[in-house]
Design a protein around this ligand. Structure first.
Ligand SMILES: [Zn+2]
Length: 161
């Protein structure tokens, strides 16, 4: 299983029960599990990948519990960009009625990339419109783009209603 060593972070915010902030700490990860946190001298010295974290703050991945990823495509539509919620919805529902599986796939990729760039590693997508063959899919953010690509390739082969 692949290993990763984050070495000598300025600070590791553990977010554990004691809310410990460890100065000059390192993190050893095997697969998807944090195996050890502490001074670099106390952790394995070799890993498949080593990241020099000097001068950096290391925090757990952020969690976004409410997203509408398809809206990444329509966030700057003139006429509703500054509208209140109901006028905004009335202006965009006709646009969203034309969404295709490809549009939802691309908007989901954009949304996940933006989330990852902001430190978010987990998100719940509240997709509630299903026009033109759009379907819901469950995927992980880090491996989800490829998985959803495979899903959408399959979905495109199905006849459209
Ligand atoms: Zn919502």
């Amino acid at each position: 299983m692949a290993t990763l060593l984050l070495r000598d972070a300025q600070c590791v915010a553990t977010m554990d029960g004691e809310r410990r902030e460890l100065r000059g700490a390192s993190i050893f990860i095997r697969g998807h599990r944090v195996e050890a946190i502490g001074p670099a001298a106390e952790l394995p010295q070799a890993a498949d990948a080593v990241i020099d974290a000097r001068g950096h703050l290391v925090v757990p991945g952020l969690v976004n519990t409410h997203h509408h990823m398809y809206q990444s495509l329509t966030r700057a539509v003139p006429g509703v960009q500054d509208a209140e919620l109901f006028a905004w919805l009335q202006g965009l529902y006709p646009v969203w009625a034309g969404l295709t599986p490809e549009m939802v796939r691309v908007s989901t990729q954009v949304a996940m990339a933006e989330l990852l760039l902001s430190g978010c590693t987990t998100s719940s997508d509240h997709l509630y419109i299903y026009p033109n063959g759009v379907r819901l899919v469950q995927c992980s953010m880090l491996g989800g783009i490829n998985k959803s690509d495979a899903f959408w390739r399959r979905a495109r082969r199905k006849p459209q209603r």
